[in-house]
Design a protein around this ligand. Structure first.
Ligand SMILES: [Zn+2]
Length: 88
């Protein structure tokens, strides 16, 4: 999978990706992450904020916003590894 600045389909907070884009042409498209519940463009525009929200989410047990979307074999560490390097 290739990532550019113009298109993102990986959540900056938690690394969740189900093919839905969070950003197109560099602009957030109002997608709410099914995993951490963060809306692209609101909580994820600067690195400090991204880290803070991720910390908060992890500290509260990494709860799913849409539990129905949670895969049976979900692996938190694997998902976090998907977070783009500039948002870790
Ligand atoms: Zn997320």
């Amino acid at each position: 999978m290739e990532h550019t600045d113009d298109f993102e389909d990986v959540c900056r907070i938690c690394g969740y990706s189900d093919g839905v884009s969070f950003r197109e042409d560099g602009w957030p498209v109002g997608t709410i992450c099914h995993c951490c519940g963060t809306e692209a463009g609101i909580g994820d525009t600067d690195l400090e904020q991204v880290r803070e929200i991720r910390e908060h989410w992890l500290r509260h047990g990494a709860q799913w916003w849409q539990p129905k979307s949670k895969p049976a074999d979900w692996d938190l560490q694997k998902q976090l590894a998907n977070v783009l390097p500039q948002w870790r």
